[in-house]
Design a binder for this molecule. Structure first.
Ligand code: SAJ
Length: 440
């Protein structure tokens, strides 16, 4: 890869969203000439004007710097730049429809990539895929369309991403990266390439990289489902799940995750389905998905119970849902559990007011411009996202502006229940229901 060492390599990052754009910027920063390709023309224009369309911390400055140095350029036209591109990195979404993978975007990206595929070029898939996809349909399509052979004529690798929105640039650099090649030359090429932007890469086969990627997120999903089931159990036992988890986690080999109002985002709700796509005997994995998907409805039932305890009903109430982002510190609201909670409360006749400091998504609720505005006259505060701003929430202010006999339903366990109770709130957190007084 002489071009790589001489910083003459031209990369096309196909799919420049939450995963692709920080990666495109990282390669540009490392000296490569990078095209950030995306079908969204608004995104393309924003990037070319030096702004950050995805709201990722630190990205704005890097986009501006690399656009003005000429190392980064966004385009909606892959075909136009494919001749001069040496490497194609595909990071388009691979969503699920129900439980089935939808590879439409990936297939389209591969078809377009194959047009400019020439001897000596490299194709790297980054998107999460069902096991067998890269060496199967992706490889066949590239070979058929280009008339070339992977590993002999061009290089093909699978390099899954491991970034967390909100920490993307640091994660790209710091998190060890798996590099799977369809053969040793492909692995070697992809390895050299990713060593430009990652401190540590681990070389393996394409299939192992595919399964490991999905296993990582599935493990997390299953662990959270266990925490959630434990929370439901603790509500009936009358013990606080957070105390139980803290005690259990003092065992050096136990690390139970945190229960909450649901699991959202672009990865955890779908990767388990990708993993078991061709395996119909899975038991734990689909069950974990079902447990986690049931948590937002459980939050709605906690709101019902909490309001009932102060003589109110959901119908006719005003509820304030804070957080529409799928997790703290991000503006990303994809597959956020807040959606089900907001819709569920509205369906039961509540007037729902929504506030999120980062996300402008309201899922049909009335949007407030500040936390205080969101809480004025409200009967119930529902915490759905663990944003740092909500961790230190001013409970006195909440008490002052909310209605009489206010209740809190804490779907992320970030509010100090004792402080809330002292101020006159009825507090109900996931895993510590109000119905049961502490029995033990
Ligand atoms: N959540 C809980 N309890 C927890 C942790 C998370 O309820 O203890 C919820 C969050 O509130 C959120 C959801 O789970 O709604 C997902 O959040 P997350 O932080 O677990 O995951 P992502 O989707 O932001 O990022 C994951 C990461 N994977 C792992 O940690 C194994 C990230 O490294 C991956 O790059 C990313 O998926 C991805 O794109 O695959």
């Amino acid at each position: 890869m002489a071009k790589l060492t001489k910083n003459e390599l031209v990369l096309a990052v196909v799919g420049s969203g939450h995963v692709g754009l920080p990666m495109a910027v990282s390669f540009a920063k490392a000296g490569c000439r990078v095209y950030a390709v995306d079908t969204d023309r608004t995104l393309v224009d924003q990037v070319n004007s030096g702004s950050d369309p995805i709201g990722e911390p630190g990205l704005q400055e890097e986009i501006a710097r690399n656009i003005s140095s000429g190392r980064l350029k966004a385009t909606a036209d892959l075909r136009q730049i494919s001749e001069e591109s040496d490497v194609f990195i595909i990071s388009v979404p691979t969503p699920t429809r129900g439980r089935q993978p939808d590879l439409t975007f990936l297939i389209k990206a591969i078809e377009e990539t194959s047009v400019g595929l020439k001897r000596g070029k490299t194709v790297v898939i980054v998107s999460s895929v069902p096991p067998g996809t890269v060496n199967g349909p992706v490889r066949s399509l590239l070979e058929q369309r280009s008339g070339l052979k992977a590993e002999e004529d061009f290089y093909l690798a699978y390099v899954p991403e491991r970034i967390t929105p909100g920490n993307a640039l640091r994660d790209i650099l710091e998190n060890p990266r798996l590099v799977g090649g369809v053969g040793p030359s492909s692995a070697e090429h992809a390895c050299q390439l990713f060593q430009k932007i990652c401190k540590k890469v681990t070389v393996t086969s394409v299939e192992r990289a595919e399964v490991s990627k999905l296993a990582e997120n599935t493990f997390r999903d299953v662990n959270i489902a266990f925490a959630n089931e434990l929370a439901l159990l603790c509500e009936t036992l009358g013990v606080d799940v957070m105390e139980i988890i803290e005690l259990a986690n003092t065992h050096p080999r136990v690390k139970i995750h945190k229960p909450g109002g649901g699991v959202g985002g672009p990865c955890l709700p779908k990767d388990p389905w990708l993993l078991i796509h061709s395996y119909d005997r899975a038991r734990i994995i689909p069950t974990a998905r079902i447990v986690n998907d049931g948590m937002p409805e459980h939050i709605v039932s906690l709101v019902e119970r909490a309001l009932k305890s102060v003589g109110k009903t959901v119908s006719g109430s005003a509820t304030s849902v804070i957080g529409t982002a799928y997790k703290g510190g991000t503006s990303d609201s994809r597959l956020s559990p807040s959606k089900t909670v907001i819709e569920g409360l509205m369906k039961r006749g509540s007037r729902v007011i929504v506030y999120d400091p980062y996300s402008s998504e309201s899922f049909g609720g009335h949007q407030a411009d500040s936390l205080e505005e969101c809480l004025i006259g409200s009967d119930c505060l529902v915490v759905m996202t663990d944003h740092q701003q909500f961790v230190g929430i001013d409970l006195r202010m909440c008490r002052k502006v909310m209605s009489k006999r206010p209740v809190i339903v804490d779907g992320r366990r970030i509010i100090n229940s004792e402080d809330a109770k002292k101020l006159g709130f009825v507090y109900c957190g996931i895993g510590c229901s109000i119905d049961q007084a502490q029995r033990w």
